[in-house]
Design a protein around this ligand. Structure first.
Ligand code: GDP
Length: 478
């Protein structure tokens, strides 16, 4: 290969011919051999500050950072021994393992280098680590803690104290938080599990979802305060990204408490319903229950987490997987904290006199589908929806009510600056009342529009006709 064939080198050479005064620094990335005309002594190639990948390859060896490079001759056509020398303009990713340009076909092409952008993001995110907050809710005894331990292969409930029946009569819903740092292949995940012991345990369970809803709001509020404050660098994000809601396998579909809980929380958190202890049901029963629960979710207008639609250009296998995932709702799960031996293999499972139920066998339950969805495929989407939809709704409502308070206060006191709230709202004197009202109206419209879009998206997802004969669940029952 002739060096004169390199486009960049030629451009640099033409430049230098056009403007003999031009600084060699301007052409650092391509100055070496063509610019030898300006450096007959061979010094032109020695640019210690030029990254090695921007320097031309040297005859007889691949480019390297170490050692001095032999001087090139003044000739415009230099012969190289390398079969495919790296293009002088070829940017190199610092994440060399996944260098998008590390391809023989790309060797002599000219690039700007932005194909490395994903690698830069990857590198930064891996350094920073990831966090995820998962809430588990549902009646006690449905296998929540067992499932969480099975999902993340940890023992998060070592110190759990179980209450007896008497203690549970007046039990209020508690919120507990466990955090573990897990690391897999160099990637760190700070996992927070929020549990709701006592949910549905008391004799009177009226509004027992309230403390859960309050907890979610408190996390939003904290985040809102932090991001509106002065130091926004190290904000601790405790917003709940997903709530696994456990449905009993023993009922006939949803119980009134389930409906009430999900309806109270569906605009605050991504709800993923799961059918607990699926090993207590036959495969036909599981299917029937799933259909019934899906119908009821639709009928009561519950907006559970919607998997994003897959793009039309995805391959068939991916589309099939996506369809299967959507049809698995509610995920029929089995949990186990023990490892048993099945067909010569040690597996996580439940040993019964009549056989072994394997947690990770997709013929036995949807555990693997749920885990893949939560961890491998949709964790980021769950976080995005939390940020872009649930938190954004909370924030808009917060700003609206704060602005209303300011307007009220102003009207009452005829003050221009003091809001009377403990929250510093940027309201300069330049903003007239009519402008403020206009802002509120616009924000109202924005929220309504967002809600409308969410609803229409939800309606599209569930085009099955509503059965108007069904009534709301009898709330007296729980
Ligand atoms: P939690 O109160 O919802 O956290 O429930 P636990 O995880 O403490 O489980 C309550 C009981 O159910 C324990 O005896 C578990 O061994 C059992 N269990 C947990 N998961 C399953 C399951 O998938 N199938 C069956 N049959 N039992 C389960």
């Amino acid at each position: 290969l002739k060096l004169s064939e390199w486009n960049i080198a030629r451009v640099a050479m033409e430049d230098s011919e056009l403007d003999p005064q031009s600084s060699s620094d301007e052409h650092d990335s391509c100055s070496a051999s063509p610019n030898q005309a300006r450096h007959p002594d061979g010094q032109g190639q020695d640019h210690p500050h030029t990254p090695s990948y921007l320097r031309p390859p040297v005859a007889g060896r691949a480019q390297s950072d170490s050692g001095s490079e032999p001087s090139l001759t003044q000739s415009k056509c230099v012969e190289f021994d390398l079969p495919s020398p790296v293009s002088p303009s070829r940017p190199k990713s610092p994440w060399s393992l996944f260098d998008p340009y590390d391809n023989n076909e790309d060797q002599d092409k000219e690039y700007v280098g932005f194909a490395t952008l994903p690698n830069q993001v990857h590198r930064k995110s891996v350094k920073k680590g990831f966090d995820f907050t998962l809430m588990v809710a549902g009646e006690s005894g449905l296998g929540k803690s067992t499932l969480v331990n099975s999902l993340f292969l940890t023992d998060l409930y070592k110190d759990r104290k179980l209450l007896n029946a008497e203690e549970r009569i007046t039990q209020t819903v508690e919120i507990t938080k466990h955090t573990v740092d897990i690391e897999e292949k160099g990637v760190k995940l700070k996992l927070t599990i929020v549990d709701t012991p006592g949910f549905g345990d008391a004799i009177d369970n009226t509004e027992c979802w309230k403390s859960v809803a309050d907890y979610i709001d408190q996390q939003f509020e904290q985040y809102f305060r932090d991001e509106s404050g002065l130091n926004r660098k190290n904000i601790q994000d405790n917003r709940v990204h997903c709530c696994l809601y456990f449905i009993s396998p023993f009922g006939h579909g949803l119980r009134p408490l389930d409906v009430e809980f999900m309806k109270a929380l569906h605009e605050k958190v991504n709800i993923v319903p799961v059918l607990a202890k699926a090993d207590t049901l036959t495969p036909t029963e599981v299917q029937k229950k799933k259909i019934k629960i899906r119908e009821e979710i639709e009928q009561y207008g519950i907006k559970i987490y919607q998997f994003p639609d897959c793009d039309s250009d995805e391959d068939e296998e991916f589309k099939q997987q996506d369809l299967e995932l959507k049809e698995s709702i509610p995920f029929a799960v089995i949990g186990s904290n023990t490892v048993v031996e099945a067909k010569g293999k040690r597996v996580r499972g439940r040993l019964y006199p009549w056989g072994i139920v394997e947690v990770e066998n997709s013929a036995h339950c949807d555990f693997v589908k749920l885990r893949n969805m939560l961890v491998r495929t949709h964790m980021q989407d769950l976080k995005d929806v939390t940020r872009e939809t649930h938190y954004e709704n909370y924030r808009a409502q917060c700003i609206q009510s704060m602005t209303r308070m300011v307007v009220k206060e102003r009207n009452r006191n005829k003050l221009t600056r003091e809001s009377g709230t403990d929250f510093p709202i940027p309201m300069g004197p330049a903003v007239s009342e009519s402008e403020t009202e206009k802002l509120i109206r616009e924000k109202d419209e924005e929220v309504q529009h967002a809600n409308h879009e969410q609803e229409s998206h939800h309606d599209q997802e569930h085009e099955a006709p509503h059965n108007s004969e069904h009534s709301e669940p009898d709330q007296e029952k729980h």
